[in-house]
Design a binder for this molecule. Sequence first.
Ligand code: NA7
Length: 548
Amino acid sequence: QSIPANLDIDALIVGAGFGGVYNLVQLRKLGLNAKILEAGSDFGGIWYWNCYPGARVDSELPIYQLTMPELYRNWKYKEKYPGWKELREYFHFVDETLDLRKDVYFNSHVKEAVWDSEAGKWTVVTADGKQARTRFLLLCTGIGSSYYVPEIKGLSSFKGVCHHTSRWPHEGVDLRGKRVGVIGTGATGVQVIQEAAPVAGHLTVFQRTPNLALPMKQHPVSPDLQQQMVDDLYPVFFKKRHQTFGGFMYDLVSDKTTFGVSPEERRHHYESIWAEGGFRFWIGNYSDLFTDKAANEEAYAFWRDKVRERIKDSWMKEKLAPMVPPHPFGMKRPSLEQRYYEVFNQSNVTLVDVSETPIEEVTPKGVKTKDGKEYELDVLVLATGFDMVTGGITAIDVKGTDGKPIGEKWKEDGVHTYLGMTVATYPNMFFVYGPQGPTAFCNGPSCLELQGEWIINCIKHMLKHGYATIETDKAAENAWRQIVIDENNKTLLPLAKSWYMGANIPGKRIEPLNYPGGVPAYRKHITDVVEKGYEGFVFKKSGDEITN
Ligand code: NA7
């Protein structure tokens, strides 16, 4: 269905991923007329776009799902870390169970949203010129909806097949027997490389920074086991998501420090969280890994030795797991891997260190590096990432009470939000899983349900009291930015060139994009604000100013 002329609704959501779906369901429960506008032609958000070989979530089940009982009681995943196909099946199940599709306009790429102060409404415009009016605007655009292609000379001259991973053709690309090149070794690069290596004629990996990847420990999960856990264990796990640093089922160890325990105890802990896999070696480790350089280096040394054991060639060992850490461990996002390091023992795999010999240009035949070498390719994969965290919002010309696009403002003054959910001068606008929330360190559904619930309660509060608009106070917003900066400065995060700090995009301001204090502390902040009568917000009733 396409957007009808004169669409005028209570709430418009941008994005049909986890965040959009959650909020649509809750807004319906409030009796509001809510619709989703989605750029893709199906549900899934990032899982609609990410269909490159090996695309898979790094959060484990059962927490990587929505916690509505009618969903989790009836859905069974097949693998501990589901792949993109299964995740798309999940979204179809969610759609069928909750009858969502009738409230979604697909192929509707939102380009602009302008606040009309007189009407107290947003006018939302799509790329193909369709318009909708709405009282509330919820941006559920996710952290990775604005993909990034570096400016590499000659890129468009390449005669082979070239795709950014986020725009991988849904029908796939046959890599069998091909000469495949992958630029980038982030979470995406690691996944593509693992899939391409066994089938490619030759695989060339262009690495700038080694990924300090952790063992995923993937395995199939039986429907029976899930059924057994549904009644008793799932509710416990779901509760845990708001009690642990990363919204996972395990937590940072904060009652002990790395060097406050004996070397034997430390080793035992490292070994056990390593064996269990996932992000445990990162956000299930001693919490001073985030704050203490020596503690961080101790964890790094363990990681390095474990990884080196798996690599045969000594040059490769040093490139993939250097003796000296390339950055503090975990301060740039570690990925999860299954057989990543073994790939580099294969004779059909070449690793090119582009920090030493940068890519000079892409030629019609392949990739040329500064040392004059040309790597001939049939397929070039750009696993070069996204304008993370902010890019989904700034890609839209959102204009509030002062008419300035949000991207311009953030570029000039730095990212400003209040509680990672609202922005001053943008009334009746909310977002989930975006800047200055716990986003980057948090399991997606954990974080966006927490924020979604807060937003829905806020709208409920407005409906109850007859408030027309909510506006964020500038001073409250400045204070929140300072909290984010201060929390970040307590950690080693500023020492890594990562997307957490906006450092992956040339010219992007270097600043913390996420609240790094963990989910429980964040939750306390946002609930305290409510308990203090929505401190930091101004509600207005048809023109009259009423504070709180
Ligand atoms: P990432 O993690 O931002 O990774 C992008 C990769 O691309 C990274 O290895 C970059 O190297 C590399 N890159 C970027 N530009 C260049 C140029 N010009 N030359 C060579 N290499 C380059 O994106 P992903 O898609 O892997 O993952 C994003 C998030 O999605 C992930 O963290 C999860 O949350 C899910 P660098 O490290 O900057 O040296």
